[in-house]
Each structure stands twice: as structure tokens, then as C-alpha cells.
Design a protein around this ligand. Sequence first.
Ligand code: PLP
Length: 360
Amino acid sequence: MKRVINFSAGPAALPVQVLERAAAELLDWHGSGMSVMEMSHRGKEFISIAEKAEADLRELLVIPASYKVLFLQGGAIAQNAIVPMNLLRGRGVADYVNTGEWSKKSIKEAKKYCSVNVVASAEDQNFSYIPARETWKLSADPAYLHICANETIGGVEYHWVPETGEIPLVADMSSNILSRPIDVSKFGLIYAGAQKNIGPAGLTLVIVREDLLGQALPITPSVFDYQQQAENDSMLNTPSTYGIYIAGLVFEWLKAQGGLAAIERHNMAKARLLYDYLDQSGFFVSPVRQEDRSRMNVPFKLKNESLDEEFLKGAKARGMVQLKGHRSVGGMRASIYNAMPIEGVQALVDYLREFEAQHG
Ligand SMILES: *Cc1c(COP(=O)(O)O)cnc(C)c1O
């Protein structure tokens, strides 16, 4: 069996140890005589899986007791609607920072439920940077302030947590959650689709401060009412049981790697390896301002775009896949989430060097 080096932005590569463990446990989970997929979500086996997953996640992110952890469905895109439905709490305005394609989607959806104040936008420079906090024009009494912590398509990432005072900070962390330690207490709510850094698609993680619950709009579907889901341990409906199980294995794997501080060092080393090569190259360019570059998603371009196809073909021949950039920005993108080993990034850099030597 030969596995590729998978640079997919999502669904993305999972740690091979996690896949091996899932394979070994597929037909008979811990002597239960069945697969996790076949278990009742209310049975003691699955409850133990879900509780362990939550406990390990709480340990990894050091989540304070005053926060609920919810395992929902609908992806981050559903959260674009679910967040305003739950967090407006009688207010009519929410503040959003526009840093790229995912911010834009969040803003568009929120407009169905409230008026949106865009406090800052990086559109003036093609979403190649994070606008400085001093430039943000917050509204007088917004329900919350929303950021996209890592723009998966544009490749910009916050390397700081914005100060928002009493205003709850809401972050879409779909593509950088668990890539580094974070201070959860600085956030009112964090959400993430699972398929980048957590587990399989179909599972959505929400971490929300308790005092923000219980004031959802009356139209909010019950399964998307955070309070109701919190009261029911995320089992108001049948949750993504297999997704929670795999996420739990990923959390165990992260702990075995030394936790998030160790993972962050690893991710920094990977990102540095790739950006350092791009920066000294006269052939490839990174379009993102240095201090705002994502450690997870690295877009880059060939100065001579007519070589794009040949570049991708050569990558594929070397077992490197999914390097084509998002259709909205073109060029290339290497997504190097937690599960990407540094050897995979080294193989890419070796190929960049070789390709440049041949065509540069
Ligand atoms: C992938 C992604 C989404 C969309 O997630 P879905 O699970 O498809 O809803 C939203 N925001 C960010 C930052 C993403 O990377």
C-alpha cells in the first residue's frame, strides 16, 4: 500500500496512527462485538467514547469549566447562521472583520438575521493581510465580534487575539483549531468544522461560554439551539457518532505528541521550512504579508503561470496531491495541518527546488 502526501485543504489528511487504530477497532470496538458506527448513541460504550473525547479536548485546549463543548452537525457554514440566531440576545447589530472568502460567507449569512457592521476589511489589498486592531471601527453595542482565525483559502492567520473588552469574541477556527495553544477565556464562542484539524467531515465543534446561552431567537431550530444541545449533551438528535469517535482518537494522538505546545513547535518548523524556501526563490511567490501568514494553509504562485499544469503533474508523479490553489485565487496551496509530517513538507520543498532549477 502506498499513501500519498496529501496537501488537501479539507477534508484533509488524518494522522496515520489514528487511521490504523480505527481500522483495528472497526469490526469490534473494545470487545463490544460491534463497530462504533453500529452502537446506540445512548449506550454506555458510546457515552464513554464521547465523554473521553470531550475530556481530552478540554485538557488539550485547557477549556474553563464555564464553557460548554458541543458536538454538532452542519459544518462551519451552518454556524454562520446558528451563531447570530443564538448570540444576538436582543441586539440588532453584530460586528465582523472581513479577511477573506470565509469571512465574506459569514457576513453574507449573518445579514439574514441582523445588521452587520464590517469593522475592517482587507479587501483593498486582495485579502493579503489582517487589518490592525487599532483600525477597527466597532459599533456601539454589538452582540458579538466575529473573526475568521485562519482564512483557509487566502492563507492569512491571526497570530494574536483581538482585545474586545466586554464584547464576546466569536471565532471561526475551522482550519487552525488545535494547531497551537489558545486562551479560550478570551473568546465567547469558538466553532470549527472537523474536516481540517479534528476528524472527518460531518462533525462541528462549538465551544461556548455558558452565560451566552439561553437567548436564541424563537425561530432557531432546536438542534441548533446551543442551550438545548448543551442540556442534552449534544444528543438532542443523533450526533455524528463515528465523527466523535475519530475526533477522540485525534485528541489522544495530539496528547501523545506532547499536546498543543509541542504541536505548535512542529507546525512552526513546517511553515518556516516552506516559507523560507518561497521567500528566497525568484520563481515562486507567497502573496501574503509575512507577519500574517498562515501556518496551516500556504498559498503560493509560480511567477510563470503557464507552468502551473506541469508543476502539478510533476507533484503528482512524486506522490504529492491536492496542491492546486482554490479556484477563486488560482496558483497553488499547500495545506499543512497537524497531521502533515515535516517529511511531507521537506518533500515539497525538494520538489520546488528541483522544479525551479529545471525551469527557472
Ligand atoms: C472549511 C471551512 C469552512 C466550511 O466548513 P464546512 O464544514 O464546509 O461548513 C468554514 N470556515 C473555514 C475557515 C473553513 O476552513
